[in-house]
Design a protein around this ligand. Structure first.
Ligand code: FES
Length: 337
């Protein structure tokens, strides 16, 4: 197993879940999500208890799901409440129901040990709350690469010179290695200051600032949990931050080698162009396209390698290596090793 299970993961965005069934494989398990009459969200294992048939292929009776094969009916807690061919359902007939937590645009799911979800709330994402001075936009995609490859990729942004050269402020030839790497038992983060430089075209477009002037930038990246990665990018002026940008990635393993990516961008500041939202969405969508293509190639190379081989690490890999160790230690703990 290459991912921990005792963790909240983003299963969907709030606008994806409605009266119709949303079927999605999460941590290798088929899940069906749907909205109940009171507005809350139910998440059940998407397999009938009778035969291996997806509940999402059935229909609704109020808040219950009727299996489309022989008609067994399940309530939102996963209990089988009706079997058409007999008086009562078999004792204990049920499918697993997963705890759901909605926060901002994210619908979080707990697929770990039943009953332990309340011990660890999902990671906070205050930038995505509907109140406050942040604005946000987002997108979802599926990437054909293991979720840890994505965490590692975003913990080392020195790839921007090769992959996203137009994003780099003019005159900056190389990203310095992270100046600060903060490590705790369960998270790792880095920060670096960029030298004063004029604005890249995307920066002046989203901020409305004069591209001829020079500005500072501070960049941070945090492996918050296995399910959430946070990056910040702040353009600073003489009197403090002018534009703060937060890129949040919900990374949710679909399988060992595929990942659901829930990208949310949030921004605020005194220098924000009127059309900053669509411009940021366009810029970061293009970046995500390129990132996905490279990560899928890395995954393919890993799969093709006949024997595991060691790859060389460089200074910029420090945070990524730490994140990998955290994930490995969580998996070992879950396996009781
Ligand atoms: S497979 Fe669902 S009721 Fe038979």
């Amino acid at each position: 197993m290459s991912y921990p299970r005792e963790c909240w993961y983003v299963a969907a965005t709030i606008d994806e879940v409605g009266d119709d069934f949303l079927a999605r494989r999460i941590l290798g398990t088929p899940v069906v999500l749907y909205r109940l009459a009171d507005g809350s969200i139910a998440a059940l294992e998407d397999r009938c208890a009778h035969r291996p048939y997806p509940l999402s292929a059935g229909s609704r009776d109020g808040d219950c799901i009727i299996c489309g094969y022989h008609g067994c009916t399940y309530d939102p807690d996963g209990t089988c409440v009706r079997v058409p061919s007999q008086d009562k359902p078999p004792l204990g007939a049920r499918v697993r129901a997963f705890p759901v937590h909605v926060s901002g645009p994210f619908v979080w799911l707990w697929m770990g040990t039943p009953g332990s979800a309340r011990l660890r709330p999902p990671a906070a994402t205050p930038e995505l709350a509907s109140e406050g001075d942040w604005s946000s936009t987002g997108e979802r995609r599926r990437v054909g690469a293991g979720f840890l490859l994505l965490h590692e990729h975003y913990l080392d942004l020195t790839n921007v010179f090769e992959m996203h050269a137009e994003m780099v402020p003019p005159g900056i030839e190389a990203l310095p290695p992270p100046e600060e790497v903060e490590i705790s038992e369960v998270s790792v983060s880095y920060a670096r200051e960029l030298p004063q430089a004029p604005l890249a075209p995307w920066e002046s477009a989203v901020s409305g600032l004069d591209s001829a002037e020079t500005f500072s930038r501070r960049e941070t990246g945090t492996f918050v949990t296995p399910g959430l990665h946070r990056q910040t990018y702040t353009i600073g002026g003489a009197d403090g931050p002018l534009l703060e940008l937060v890129r949040l990635h919900g990374f949710t393993p679909e399988t060992e080698r595929t990942t659901h990516v829930f990208l949310q961008l949030a921004w605020r500041g005194t220098a924000v162009a009127a059309d900053a939202g669509p411009r940021l969405a366009e810029v970061f969508h293009l970046m995500a396209d390129r990132d996905s293509a490279v990560l899928e190639t890395v995954q393919r190379c890993l799969d093709e390698d006949e024997a595991p081989r060691r790859y060389v690490n460089v200074k910029a890999d420090r945070a990524a290596i730490r994140a990998r160790r955290i994930v490995q230690s969580m998996i070992r703990e879950e396996q009781g090793l």
